[in-house]
Write a protein that binds this ligand. Sequence first.
Ligand code: GRG
Length: 300
Amino acid sequence: MNNPPSLSQSLKYYQERSNQQLAHWIAAQPFAGHTLIEAMKHGTLLGGKRVRPFLTYVTGQMLGAECADLDTPAAAVECIHAYSLIHDDLPAMDNDELRRGQPTCHIAFDEATAILAGDALQTLAFEILADGPLSPEGNTRRVAMIKELAQASGAAGMCMGQVLDLEAEGKHVDLLKLKSIHKHKTGALIRCAVRLGALAAGPKSVDVLPQLDQYAEAIGLAFQVQDDILDLTGDTKTLGKPQGSDLALEKSTYPALLGLEGAKEKAQQLYQEALQALDAIPYNTHQLEVFARYIIERNN
Ligand code: GRG
C-alpha cells in the first residue's frame, strides 16, 4: 500500500496546482502585458504559501469532492488574499516596502496601479466563482460560494478586521479585542477557505460545518499567534518582515500581552482546540491534523 503523502509533499502539490490556476486566470484577462496585469501577477505569482487554497483542497477532498471541482474556489480565495496583501502594504495602511522578499506592489509599480491591481484581483475572485469550471453538482453551489466569500472578505469579515486593527494602532488592546481583530482580519478568510471546500463537497458536509468552523477558528488564531511570535523572535525566512524588531512590542500582539512563553502556550492551546474539533468529524482528518501542527511550528 502507498504511504499517504507527507505534509510538505501535499503543500507543494497544492501550491503548484494553485499557481497554475492563478496564472491561467490572470493570463485570460484582456490587455495582456499591460501594467495593470503585470501588477496583478506581481501581487499573486511571486511567492506565497497558498495556505488558503490548501485548506479548500484538503477539506473538500476529505468530504468527497473531486480535486478538479476545488480548483475554482481555491483560486478565488487566493485572489482575495493577494488583493488584501497588496492593499495592506499601501502607504495608507501598513506602508511596507517589501513582501515575500520583493518590492511591494506600490513600490514595484505605483500607488494607483497597486490600488487598482488589488481591486481587479478582488473582482477576479468573484469572476472565477461565477464562471470557473465546476461539475454539474458543484454548479448548483456557485451562489452559496459567492455569498460565503463576499461575507468573509467584506464588512463582516476581513475588511472589518483591517479597520479594527488600524483603529487599535498605538492603543492598548486587551486579549478579547485582539482576538476579535484577528478573528476578522485573518481568521474570516481562513474559515472561508475551509467552508468553500465543504460547500464544494455537497450537502453531506452540512453536518460537519460546526466542527469545521471550530477547527478553522482555532487554526486561524493560531496562525496569527505564530505570526506575532515570528515577528518578535525574528525566526522568520520572510524578508521584509520586521525581524526581531521593536514593532512587535509597540503593537498589541500576543507576545506583548502574554509574554513570549505565554504566546507559545496560547498557540499550543489553540492547536489542541483544533484537534478536538477534528475528533468529532467522522472522516479522515489526517491532513487537517498535520496542517494544524504546521501552523504553530512554521518558521515563515
Ligand atoms: C487590506 C482589506 C485589507 C485587508 C488586509 C490579511 C490582511 C488584511 C493583512 C495582512 C497583514 C498581515 C501581515 C497579517 C499577518 C498574518 C497574515 C495574514 C500574513 C500573510 O498571510 P500568509 O502568511 O502570506 O498566508 P503568504 O505570503 O504565504 O501568502
